[in-house]
Design a protein around this ligand. Structure first.
Ligand SMILES: [Zn+2]
Length: 85
């Protein structure tokens, strides 16, 4: 279990995997709980921070789709395909 830190206020994140787009939802602590080590690694590569046990963290930046409001760390929206700059 890896706890990843989403950008501030982000509740959902679309992640492109080999099996298609996967939607992660933030837990009550505001973090994404990742059970898949490969996915955690991928998210880390995209710039997400890993929550430390101390609890202190700084939210990272991501993209919020201008078309549908879906949150993503990728420019291309995982929901509607819009490219967000
Ligand atoms: Zn979208």
């Amino acid at each position: 279990m890896t706890r990843m830190i989403p950008p501030k206020g982000m509740k959902e994140l679309g992640v492109e995997t080999s099996k298609g787009t996967r939607v992660l939802k933030a837990g009550k602590d505001g973090l994404f709980h990742i059970n898949d080590p490969k996915l955690a690694k991928k998210l880390k590569a995209e710039g997400l921070g890993v929550a430390s046990t101390s609890g202190a963290y700084n939210p990272t930046n991501g993209y919020t789709c201008v078309k549908c409001g879906f949150g993503s760390f990728f420019k291309k929206c995982g929901k509607c395909g819009e490219i967000n700059e």
